[in-house]
Write a protein that binds this ligand. Structure first.
Ligand code: AMP
Ligand code: ZN
Length: 117
């Protein structure tokens, strides 16, 4: 539950450059890369450099980084799909989270997963 990099965490390893990914952009606080199993024409993951297990714990631990992540998701969506996009934060395995390092799914263009409701 700390922000120390976790050697067993896939996204910490991508942030560190130990595992390759198709990097879209890097900032002081975030790294963005393409999802390996895209569910939309554009499917980019934006992750904080710090390790927190989900977006809520990131918000509690580090509001500045959380805002930076949201701003970066918006910027990427503007570049990639003209600013119309869906932002998804799965939280907990019952909700579909599989990687327990906070991340925003930026989905745009044709999206292949149904809207809730
Ligand atoms: P979630 O299920 O919300 O935890 O999202 C994790 C996402 O990470 C999934 O959409 C996976 O397709 C994606 N993913 C898993 N491994 C990799 C990888 N090596 N590079 C890029 N995306 C990945
Ligand atoms: Zn991590």
């Amino acid at each position: 539950m700390s922000s120390t990099p976790d050697p067993d965490c896939l996204f910490c390893r991508i942030v560190a450059g130990d595992i390759p990914a198709e990097i879209v952009a890097e900032t002081e606080h975030t790294v963005a890369f393409r999802d390996i199993f895209p569910q939309a024409d554009v499917h980019v993951l934006v992750v904080p450099r710090v390790h927190e297990p989900d977006i809520g714990s990131l918000a509690a631990a580090d509001p500045e980084v959380t805002v930076a992540l949201l701003a970066e998701a918006r910027r990427i969506a503007e570049v990639e799909v003209g600013g119309q996009y869906r932002l998804v934060f799965n939280t907990g395995s019952a909700a579909g989270q599989t990687v327990f390092h906070a991340h925003a799914h930026v989905l745009g263009g044709e999206i292949h997963v149904p809207l809730p409701g």
